[in-house]
Design a protein around this ligand. Structure first.
Ligand code: HSE
Length: 430
């Protein structure tokens, strides 16, 4: 083996995360050199737009607009992909692997949708692909599942994996404001994207839980089979009722083993206020893991941002650098065996909160309760709150039962002509 005196890193995509990685590697360079045993130096940065203002000033000689000058360059050892999305990022990652580079990516969509192909190519070429920054920003959950908790049979992984929605729900709870009001404010403050769909509809969290489920349960997960619901229909009234009943409303991404199937889904849920996940506020993320030996573990931290995500990506870079120095690349390969069978959402059993507005007249509650009973939905509690314009608001908590029964009951109840609106259906976590 040729002797070396440094490990050279190339970054493709110099947006928020790319800049964060650069700042961490350059800013902590001395300590990193001492820990890894030699300098880990950013030797080239590719981006198509060098006019944009950034917090870091990269020397002109390191800049290029051509990604191939990073992923195909002879003098680059590790390629960091922080472009995001599928194409052209996939081409850059596969190109880097083909050229024998180790790859570090923070791209959740890419790893969720094309992770098997990427990890397969890396195994065939004998290089590392690491992706800690793809889930939970700075939180070291991927390394925890792949290494520290590896000896467990994992039973459940549930996370608050999207900071934008957690910020919105936290402010709605604190201020009693509507979703639309807080979203507009979050966009103004830069906490939400101009097009917030991926965040608020649970798509971002779906990519992340697909990645965690695959690692925790050793099966490839098809993201298209994961049920996702967002938070745009949550009303301040729901948060008030939840608070009164001792719950917080959170957007949860969850994966658990259910017989031979995996139950993987993303949706808002009422979480008991004394559950650690209920305490996670603002833009923070957290991941709750239950294993047969470790029992309950929760990791908490910033789910986004230049330096927090840069920290996770830079940690992967150092791990790859150590492997390169030791000549042991490909040490932590993909551990999935085949594809997971995902439990259809209709068959998932859940306890449920239902809020509806109904005509306020004799026999209405009885008629609804009769249909619920006929459809096999068991009522745990029901309260009627006030009456307005001849309408009453009723909040039900249903005992745990299959979702299809509740859907079918709500369909039949809708035909009675006594329900003005089923306003909210939210699952309740024990
Ligand atoms: N958009 C994500 C969030 C951060 O709001 O948590 C990047 O994954």
């Amino acid at each position: 083996m040729m002797s070396r005196d440094e490990v050279r890193v190339g970054i493709i995509g110099f947006g928020v995360v790319g800049c964060g990685v650069y700042r961490v590697l350059a800013g902590n360079g001395e300590a990193i050199t001492q820990r890894v045993g030699m300098p880990v130096r950013v030797a080239r940065v590719a981006d198509i737009d060098w006019e944009r203002e950034r917090e870091v000033d990269v020397p002109a000689k390191l800049r290029t607009a051509d990604a191939a000058e990073v992923y195909a360059a002879e003098d680059i050892d590790i390629v960091v992909e922080t472009v995001g999305g599928i194409e052209p990022a996939l081409g850059f990652v596969l190109g880097a692997i083909e050229h024998g580079k180790s790859v570090v990516t923070s791209n959740k969509e890419l790893m969720a949708k094309r992770g098997a192909e990427i990890l397969g190519a890396a195994a065939a070429r004998g290089v590392d692909v690491e992706f800690e920054g793809a889930v939970g920003g700075t939180i070291p959950i991927i390394r925890a599942l792949k290494e520290s908790l590896e000896a467990n049979e994992i039973q459940e992984v549930t996370g608050i994996l999207n900071g934008t929605t957690n910020y919105i729900l936290t402010r709605m709870a604190e201020e009693g404001s509507s979703f639309d009001q807080v979203l507009a404010d979050a966009q103004r403050l830069g906490y939400a994207e101009a097009d917030p769909t991926d965040d608020v509809e649970g798509i971002d969290a779906k990519y992340k839980i697909a990645i965690l489920a695959a690692i925790a349960f050793g099966r490839r997960v098809n993201v298209d089979e994961i049920h996702n619901e967002g938070i745009s229909r949550i009303a301040p009234t729901d948060i008030d009722y939840a608070t009164e009943m001792g719950y917080a409303i959170k957007l949860l991404a969850t994966a658990r083993r259910d017989g031979d199937e995996l139950d993987v889904r993303v949706h808002p849920a009422l979480v008991p206020i004394d559950h650690p996940l209920a305490q996670v506020g603002g833009v923070f993320n957290a991941v709750w893991v239950v294993g047969d030996a470790c029992d309950q573990v929760m990791l908490y931290g910033r789910g986004a941002g230049a330096l927090p995500t840069g920290s996770a990506v830079a940690g992967d870079v150092l791990d790859c650098a150590r492997n390169i120095i030791a000549g042991t690349r490909g040490r932590v390969p993909c551990t999935c065996e085949g594809a997971a069978a995902i439990k259809p959402i209709d068959e998932v059993a859940a306890r449920t909160y239902v809020r509806m507005r109904v005509k306020d007249r004799p026999g209405v509650l009885g008629s609804i309760a009769t249909i619920l009973g006929q459809e096999g939905v068991s009522i745990e509690s029901v309260v009627q709150r006030g009456s307005m314009d001849e309408l009453a608001e009723i909040v039900w908590i249903m005992h745990e039962g299959e979702e299809r029964n509740l859907r079918s009951a709500l369909g039949a109840i809708g035909q009675l002509g006594i329900v003005d609106e089923v306003c909210s259906v939210i699952r309740v976590v024990e």
